[in-house]
Design a protein around this ligand. Structure first.
Ligand code: SF4
Length: 351
């Protein structure tokens, strides 16, 4: 009986590590059953597309491109939520979902291995990635020996005649979303302001526009000065940088890594609805140690059962009949269970 050939699908982000993975997989298994799957956010650096063309020619496999069609900020507007390092609807909807849809439509999980471009510095992420890709098999070849870092892979690409994506030359550590990933930290945004001021201005305008629309003090960066945590809009960060403020954290680059983990999580909460929190714990900057949100911010929302608003908007419930006597039952002041005063009294009398 003929054996089904194994399919190899590389999650191609446009970064150097996804090229390195594709390069290794092509060396190991050839290119006949190799797919390079690229989710286009329509928000990439223009040089990423040049790199994609040249690198895919070098590997010998044309890219397979999927796209939702929106940009990250269009997603944020649609979802009424500014993505951040903890919840990134842009990553979920523009990368993970289109790639998963493609896998479902075009592959047999039993005969397909998916490859992701995380390297040995992120080995701790492998178990979650393997789990989240099930029923497909997932591998991360760069987490295995021989260990090489990004600089070595960039050098390898140059040796093979490829000019790496320009964002690396310009000082970025990734080639995602044109150097303006919302998971990036203050250092990334300070760098963007210096290298691509127009691009910074564009994101600043997007953020301000959405803040106005939502009518809420939200931002994807966090300001942790003075022992408190609050949103740090790009306008404020820019003014600090331009004013020579030394408190700007130039070591906080944050990170992206939004493609490898395919788990589609619940849709983001509406930042302006449900509970008006003074501080939403979702708005955390990248690469900062996790700090638990101050529960004091939730106290008013969690006071009582927290669902009094639901009782106000719903019609009163129709009384249920007592299963014993058939008379309508009533809800006591604390409306947990229906009670029948008649039968309760009879029970007391019987007791
Ligand atoms: S790179 Fe950043 S901004 Fe772009 S889709 Fe991923 S998480 Fe969102």
């Amino acid at each position: 009986m003929a054996r089904t050939a194994r399919r190899h699908v590389v999650m191609w982000s446009g970064g150097i590590t996804s090229w390195a993975v594709a390069h290794l997989v092509a060396q190991r298994y050839g290119t006949e059953n190799l797919t390079l799957l690229f989710a286009d956010t329509r928000y990439e650096d223009e040089d990423l597309y040049r790199w994609n063309r040249e690198a895919s020619v070098q590997i010998g496999v044309p890219l397979t491109v999927v796209a939702d069609g929106r940009t990250p900020w269009q997603v944020f507007r649609d979802k009424r939520y500014i993505g951040n390092t903890r919840i990134a609807p842009c990553s979920q909807l523009l990368k993970q979902a289109p790639c998963r849809d493609w896998l479902i439509e075009h592959t047999d999980p039993a005969h397909t291995t998916v490859y992701v471009g995380i390297d040995w510095t992120e080995t701790h992420r492998v178990p979650a990635i393997v789990r989240n890709y099930q029923p497909w098999t997932a591998e991360a070849p760069l987490t295995e020996p021989p260990y090489r870092d990004k600089e070595e892979w960039l050098a390898e690409a140059r040796t093979l005649g490829l000019a790496p994506p320009r964002l690396y030359e310009l000082g970025w550590v990734h080639n995602n979303c044109g150097g303006r990933c919302i998971k990036g930290g203050q250092a990334q945004w300070a760098h963007l302001l210096k290298v691509f001021p127009d691009r910074y201005a564009e994101v600043e305008a997007e953020e301000n526009d959405l803040r106005r629309t939502l009518g809420a003090d939200v931002a994807f960066l966090r300001d942790r000065r003075g022992g408190t945590t609050k949103p740090l809009p790009l306008t404020v960060l820019r003014r600090r940088i331009e004013g020579g403020d030394t408190s700007v954290d130039t070591d906080d680059w944050g990170g992206c890594g939004c493609l490898p983990d395919p788990e589609i999580t619940a849709p983001p909460p509406d930042q302006t609805q449900t509970f008006q929190l003074q501080e939403a714990p979702d708005q955390m900057p990248g690469a900062l140690p996790y700090l638990a949100p101050d529960p004091a911010g939730y106290a008013p929302a969690l006071d009582g059962d927290g669902f009094a608003w639901l009782r106000r908007v719903l019609p009163p419930p129709a009384p249920q009949g007592c299963p014993r006597c058939g008379q309508p039952m009533r809800l006591p002041a604390i409306a947990l269970l229906w009670q029948c005063s008649r039968c309760d009294i009879r029970q007391e009398e019987a007791a």
